[in-house]
Design a protein around this ligand. Structure first.
Ligand SMILES: [Zn+2]
Ligand SMILES: [Zn+2]
Length: 535
């Protein structure tokens, strides 16, 4: 059996793993590549996917970094079936249409520029027509109902606890009479996440493909995060300014609505402070949440049974139209505005930032992962000015980065989830993470469980044979022959950050506890000296 990593290799976007076995060619996920221009170019060059020869797709969940290229591949000749869960099927419709709309708008905007300079009209990556052509190919299968999408292949979806309908995939393959089991974690959720169940436990796999987004860090607790949210709201309320929350339309927005509901119950949300849900997509997604309440966690189901609506507040206003959206910034006075996109690089949120980020007293609250190269990441990293709509805007608002709401498991939660696996010979592939985070996690997995760990590269192809050690698995030998300066630099930055962290700890801890930290510091210093000598 062969696997090829078409994306989410040493980066978080573009999830797609193409498998070949038993004369079939199929893939898990079909994500869009997001980030800088170099990375986004991959969305255009899709011939390498050979879309016309793919028999079927298994889709873990609706996020665009797992589904956003489906219409592009349909446009380029994919004719098979797309298997996913019922909520994902519904979310897919609104998210792909939205993505197509963004592509069309972007092409229109670029074309204007191009035509002015005498060049040709630019076609969108795909259109709403391409997205619509994708929907009839979708087959939905609920959690824990095994199915056979092709001969010799059995698939089971289990709750990944990430977003509504998100699954981790168990996949059994019989090849030449030899069985093997692959597990794709998809995006694995944070246990105790509001609205979602905890990720399902799996205890066997020959090959595991593991989300490593937060491979190098843990999240703060939810209570602490709620406190931070209260602080941001109180700060801007006092100053008569707005709280701007960039949030992904699916899941994070509904979670923020739930948080505000909780705060309001506790009397911690200023009474009558308007809350705007300013994203047509988020409004539609909220409807889909209401339609699939059986996929929510027990606590939420109980609340609903008691007649409560945890996704509603009396002061909440939905603003689907452009006019209503524009009106928000013509009104003065404090308000909470939840809008998309979550990384602030597209959509209505850009307008809210333009109107508010230069205002002292306003606050910008980041509640999700900010990928490298996005406007959100620049603000989180402390940019003094940002560029929006071709204009330099000063950052004067107070910036809050709250990471306790993540829909991804943090480092220790990933390790806890892994600890249930009983297969000693399991081989782990770290995917969906930045390389610096993956290296830290890989070391921990090797140390703690002794599993073989590989961090595949973009377009890498590997043969999977259960019980046989993969050629590239042995990490230290593999890293030796080639020097990639980019990675070394990234690695050094991570290690510097860890040294700084340790030093800060040393300053606060009593002398007796410092010996271990000192040892670790010395070890880090030794590694640094090694890297220095290589450079
Ligand atoms: Zn996701
Ligand atoms: Zn993802």
């Amino acid at each position: 059996m062969k696997i090829k990593f078409m994306g989410a290799a040493r980066t978080v976007t573009g999830s797609c793993y193409v498998l070949e076995t038993n004369g079939l060619r199929f893939a898990v996920d079909c994500g869009m590549h997001q980030g800088n221009a170099e990375i986004e170019k991959r969305n255009w060059d899709v011939d390498i996917y050979q879309p016309e020869t793919i028999d079927f797709f298994i889709i873990t969940h609706a996020h665009i970094d797992h589904t956003g290229l489906l219409p592009r591949l349909v446009q380029k000749g994919f004719k098979g079936q797309i298997y996913t869960t019922p909520p994902t099927r519904d979310l897919l419709k609104i998210l792909l249409l939205d993505s197509a709309h963004i592509q069309e708008m972007e092409a229109q905007w670029r074309s204007k520029k191009h035509l002015r300079s005498g060049e040709k009209f630019i076609k969108p990556l795909y259109t709403q027509k391409d997205a619509t052509a994708t929907f009839p190919m979708v087959r939905s299968v609920p959690y824990d109902e095994r199915f056979e999408p092709g001969s010799g292949i059995t698939v089971n979806f289990k709750d990944a606890g990430h977003i509504l309908g998100a699954s981790l995939v168990e996949l059994w393959v019989q090849e030449n009479g030899i069985p093997s089991k692959l597990v794709f974690s998809g995006d694995i959720g944070r246990p105790a996440q509001l609205l979602m169940e905890d990720p399902s436990i799996v205890d066997t796999a020959d090959f595991l493909f593991l989300d490593s987004t937060y491979g190098n860090r843990d999240h703060k607790g939810e209570d602490e995060s709620l406190d931070e949210l209260v602080e941001a709201i109180a700060y801007s309320y006092r100053n008569g300014e707005k709280v701007i929350i960039p949030a992904f339309a699916v899941e994070r927005t509904q979670e923020m609505m739930y948080c505000l509901y909780l705060l309001s119950k506790d009397g911690r949300l200023p009474q009558g402070m308007p809350v705007y849900l300013d994203s047509p997509l988020a409004i539609q997604a909220t409807e889909i949440f209401r339609r699939h309440t059986e996929y929510l966690d027990e606590e939420t189901k109980e609340l609903i049974q008691k007649g409560e609506d945890p996704l509603y507040l009396p002061q909440m206003r939905f603003t689907p139209t452009t006019e209503e959206s524009i009106a928000i910034n013509t009104l003065s006075g404090p308000a909470v505005v939840i809008s998309a996109s979550g990384m602030a690089n597209a959509g209505r949120i850009k307008h809210h930032l333009r109107h508010n980020i230069w205002r002292e007293g306003a606050s910008i609250v980041f509640v999700g992962f900010q990928a490298q190269g996005t406007t959100g990441r620049k603000i989180v990293d402390g940019a003094q000015k940002i560029r929006l709509f071709n204009e330099e805007i000063a950052v004067k608002a107070k910036v809050f980065t709250i990471n306790g709401f993540s829909a991804h498991a943090g480092q220790s939660q990933l390790l806890e989830w892994l600890s249930h696996f009983q297969t000693r010979e399991m081989q782990v592939f770290l995917v969906h993470g930045e390389f610096s985070a993956q290296q830290v996690l890989a070391d921990m997995i090797r140390d703690r469980f002794g599993f073989k760990v590989l961090i595949p590269e973009y377009l890498e192809e590997t043969t999977l044979e259960p019980g046989r050690v993969l050629k590239r698995v042995e990490y230290p030998e593999r890293a030796a022959p080639r020097i990639n300066w980019g990675y070394i630099l990234e690695d050094m930055e991570t290690r510097f950050a860890r040294i700084k962290e340790h030093r800060a700890q040393l300053e606060t801890k009593p002398w007796v506890e410092q010996t271990d930290l000192r040892d670790r510091l010395l070890e880090l210093n030794r590694i640094l000296t090694e890297i220095n000598s290589e450079i």
